[in-house]
Design a protein around this ligand. Structure first.
Ligand SMILES: [Zn+2]
Length: 128
């Protein structure tokens, strides 16, 4: 299902930096990097506000794994809750580095983190 006027439904994946795509999810670089060297997100392919728990776990796992490569330049990155996201009726999660010089750093600090991924160890730290 696609929704008119939803930027994620209208996404032209050919013009984006796509890291992964399967039947349910797309992982890609965000259009606006907001001053970060890398900023990626995972989008559910259907226009849904929430997704089943199992799909959520899978998405988190995917984003962590891909993030470990995409953010290999920095020791830690975080996966943010999308409660306060501009687009919140289409399920997605953003992963970002913690560059204090970035445009949205104060917003990153104010947002609940779903996960902190430590690139220096194999195990990720789950906050949920
Ligand atoms: Zn949508």
């Amino acid at each position: 299902m696609k929704a008119h006027g939803c930027p994620f439904c209208q996404l032209d994946v050919k013009s984006e930096k796509v890291y992964h795509e399967d039947n349910s999810f797309i992982v890609l670089r965000t259009v606006n990097l907001k001053g970060h060297r890398e900023r990626i997100m995972i989008i559910f392919k259907q226009h849904e506000h929430t997704i089943p728990h199992k799909a959520f776990e899978h998405a988190l796992d995917l984003l962590s794994k891909i993030g470990k490569k995409a953010f290999s330049y920095t020791p830690k990155f975080v996966i943010m809750d999308s409660t306060f996201a501009t687009i919140n009726d289409h399920w997605h999660l953003v992963a970002t580095d913690l560059n204090p010089e970035s445009e949205d750093f104060s917003q990153i600090l104010a947002t609940r983190w779903v996960s902190v991924v430590d690139n220096t160890v194999d195990q990720e730290v789950k906050l949920t």
